[in-house]
Design a protein around this ligand. Sequence first.
Ligand SMILES: [Zn+2]
Length: 261
Amino acid sequence: MLRRLGTFLVALAVALVVTAGATPAPARSAPAAAPAQQAATTVQRTVVIGQSVRGRSIRAYYRGDPRATRVLLVLGQMHGDESAGRSTVGWVWQHVRPRAGTGLWVIPSINPDGAARHRRTNARGVDLNRNWPTSGWRRTAKGSRYYGGPRPGSEPETKALMRFLAGARPNYVASIHQPLHGVGRSGPGIAWERRLARNLALPLRSFGVGNPTGTVSPTMTGWYNQRYRGIATTIEYGARPSTRFRTVVAGRGIARAAGIY
Ligand SMILES: [Zn+2]
């Protein structure tokens, strides 16, 4: 993880477009007498991880230790008609300075086309949280609210996030949705999910996606949790969370649950 994140950042910086915020923040100045190794280094990066169907850029932002051993990703939006998580990402990015040895990624939205139209699906009518290549992917009717796409992993937004997650491998992924009011249970991540539930005052719940038992749900969290060691968790706010909830309460609650703040 140590080397991986550093290498990944460099690779992205070379391979992709690095935009505003590319200049690393100066190392925090330590007292003159402090040993050099105590001076924490913080980097800040903006990376374009892919393009939507309509060609909108999808951006990820990193702040923290380039050799972080504990990394949190907050994904603000996957469904275009669920926008509250973007406020959380905004608050987190504005306020959270990850503690030494930790790092923070935020992605405001993986579905900018849906967001532009306040529509759940992407521009091809695909539910991006049913498009992930797992054993539970099923062919579903086009036009359905839960249309999983023509093939598993068919959509550019899904592919962009798959590539990003494969490189960044965050320890914790908070994927924010609405309006089911709860923190999803994934099994291995129960301690983190309990912290989330407590900090956000939401119940722990199982969010089934209607697949046969024994298969992995074709959701981002299903895919990530099966494949990688980190824990991806769905957080469902209510339909109309207050401004205070979707900014400071949720932002601080998620960052603290992950132990980066
Ligand atoms: Zn959703």
